[in-house]
Structures are given as C-alpha cells and as structure tokens.
Design a binder for this molecule. Structure first.
Ligand code: ADP
Ligand code: MG
Length: 344
C-alpha cells in the first residue's frame, strides 16, 4: 500500500536559476525503508524538507496517507503533517532528560505521554537511561533518543537526514543495523538521506538516486548496483570498467581477449562492455580466458585490486583474493562472470 506519493514535484529557491528538485515523482510503500542518495547539492535535503512541509514546491503534489498535503498553493502546515524527523545533529534539548526529550512532542497529543515515552525509549534499548541528559550518552545512544522522539507519536512517515554521518566507521556499522531493526520492528515507513553508498545499500529496501535535482533511478539495492540505468548511477556505486568490444556470432572480442556470450548476436557494430572489478574471476589456468599485463596491485586486506593492461594500453581493474602474490608485468588470466552490454 502506498503511503507517500510525490508527483512531478519541482522546487527552485529564490535567486537561483537551477531547480533544486526537478520533476521528481515516486511512491513509497507502507513499512518500506527508502534511502535518498546523491552527491552534495543534488536535492536530497530539499526533498525531505518538501515532504516535511518546511519548503513549498513550485508545482506538483505530495500525498501522505491518502491525503494531499501539498497541491498548488494549498498546503497542510508542517506541524499538522504526521511526519517524524531525525536531524543530522540529532537536535536534542541539552537541558532536558531523555524522558523529557521524548515527551516534549507528545504533550496534548496522547493520553499518557509518560508511558508512551518510556515504552518508546525501551523499544530503542534505552530503558536504563530515562533520567540521563544527552551529553551523558554516546553518539549512537543520542541517535536512538532522537529516533525515539521521532517515532513516539506514530508518524505516517519518518524522515532522517544523514542519520549516520556523525558516527565513526566501526560504530556506524553497528548503529546502522540497530536503527534498521528498530524501524522494521515498529513498522514505520522511513526515508533517509545519505551520501554513503554502503549505508544505502545495506539498510534500504529501495534506493532513489538524485543528480542535479533529477531522479535518476529508484530500485532495490541489488538492481541499482547490478542494472544501473545510466553511467551516472553505475559509477555512483563504485567504479566499473568499460571495455570496447566487437560482436561475433559466439561472443565479444576485446583487447583482453574473447568473451563467449550469446547476446553478441543482437549487435552488429562495436559495443561497450561494462563490469565491476568484482565481476571478474582471476584464473590459475591460461585456457579459454582473457588476459592482460599487471601494472599494479593495491592491497586492501580482504582483497587486492589489480590494474591490468591490454596490448593497446587500455587498462581495467579487477578484484583478486588478497593472499596470492602477483609479480609486476605478469600475465593475469581472468574471466568476466557478469557484464552489461551497451550500444555505442
Ligand atoms: P543535498 O542535500 O543533496 O546536498 P540540497 O537539497 O541541500 O542538496 O540543495 C540542492 C540545491 O539547492 C543546491 O544547489 C543548493 O545550493 C540549493 N539550495 C539549498 N537550500 C537553499 C536555500 N535555502 N536557498 C538557495 N539555494 C538553496
Ligand atoms: Mg543535504
């Protein structure tokens, strides 16, 4: 069931000549976690602010839980939209205890704010800490208080702007999983903004990718990663190799050798083969595979990245296991397990 719909939403700030959000349409299902990704300035925060009612679109409409919250000049004010927000810096009140921070937004809205605030803090794993102050907590705990405060009033949708950006890498992996679990347990629908592709890929049901205010693609993490609709989306999620190749009946010829593949019959002129470094298997045997000369290997602990070159000087990067030691200039044999074929 659709809980949120944006339809052809445009937003241009005063005194700017580009749209910050340009003709964006998408729907979010109830209980879904959607992440919004894109480089800095791509319109992510603006989109959240439009949904929250902190900005008004120039055109298009937004509906939430079956009600149009913005259309034309009409708009439901921010405090009447049933939207929860978690800000990047958590925005907790430093002089209030955790319990009072969570109760703050509940007064006059529910019959027993105290009980609801305690229940929600327990839900996020902070039942021991009701009377502590924000500065007595770790970053990850403060994050959970902010989350408790946002979800306590049962919002139709929870919006989070860069929720993990203030946490260091080790803490981040743990907090990300905890937050995802809490959100899933409560069944709340959530949109979170991030510029970190790992956050997006590991936490979301679907990802929407923005570039210069335009929605490029919205899909599951796996589909976005494996079947990007354009080069921008492909390269956003990590480097991919692009190799010119000539189709024959049985496959494709490239500077690194032959790749057998039936799709070659669909093409009559040169194509571009696209694949990521991890879509390559480096082989011990020199039979039936492609090869290139090793220029450089970079060690990452759990794998190594080999930069290899064909006879014409074209280079690609392929991933190999970390423990094999390859000599510089050695011939590296490999097969490409999965690739996309693009017309030129
Ligand atoms: P992101 O969150 O993806 O970094 P933003 O939504 O903050 O992107 O910004 C999108 C575009 O809108 C950028 O070009 C930014 O400079 C511009 N912008 C954002 N807020 C304002 C504002 N209050 N006034 C004018 N321009 C703004
Ligand atoms: Mg932003």
């Amino acid at each position: 069931m659709t809980i949120l719909e944006l339809h052809r939403v445009h937003k241009k700030y005063l005194q700017t000549d580009q749209f910050a959000v340009n003709d964006v349409s998408f729907q979010v299902d109830k209980g879904e976690i959607l992440s919004l990704v894109g480089e800095s300035g791509s319109g992510k925060t603006t989109l959240l602010r439009l949904i929250a009612g902190l900005e008004h679109p120039d055109s298009g409409y937004i509906s939430l839980a079956g009600q149009k919250i913005v259309e034309g000049k009409k708009s439901v004010p921010a405090n009447k939209r049933n939207v929860g927000m978690v800000f990047q810096d958590y925005a907790l009140f430093p002089h209030l205890t955790l319990l009072d921070n969570v109760k703050f937004g509940l007064k006059g809205k529910v019959s027993d704010p105290d009980k609801l605030a305690k229940d929600t803090l327990s839900l996020v794993g902070l039942s021991e800490n009701f009377s502590k102050y924000p500065h007595q907590l770790s970053g990850g705990q403060q994050q959970r208080v902010a989350l408790a405060r946002a979800i306590a009033p049962s919002p139709s949708i929870l919006l989070m702007d860069e929720p993990f950006s203030n946490l260091d890498t080790i803490l981040k992996d743990q907090v990300r999983e905890e937050i995802r679990q809490i959100i899933k347990n409560t069944g709340v629908t959530a949109i979170f903004v991030t510029h970190d592709t790992r956050d997006a890929l590991s936490t979301s049901d679907r990802i929407a990718i923005l570039h210069k205010g335009y929605l490029q693609q919205i899909d599951t993490p796996r589909n976005l990663y494996e079947f990007p609709v354009n080069g921008y989306v492909a390269n956003f999620f990590g480097r991919r190799n692009e190799l010119l190749a000539t189709p024959t009946k049985e496959g494709f010829y490239s500077g690194f050798g032959f790749i057998p593949d039936e799709r070659s019959r669909l093409f009559y002129s040169q194509v571009r083969l696209c694949f990521r470094p991890e879509n390559v298997r480096v082989e011990k045997t020199d039979q039936q595979s492609m090869c290139g000369k090793l220029l450089k290997s970079t060690y990452f602990g759990d794998h190594q990245l080999l930069k290899i070159q064909d006879e014409e000087g074209k280079t690609i990067k392929v991933r190999a296991n970390a423990h094999t030691i390859f000599e510089r200039d050695a011939l590296i044999f490999f097969t490409v397990k999965q690739f996309q074929v693009e017309e030129i």
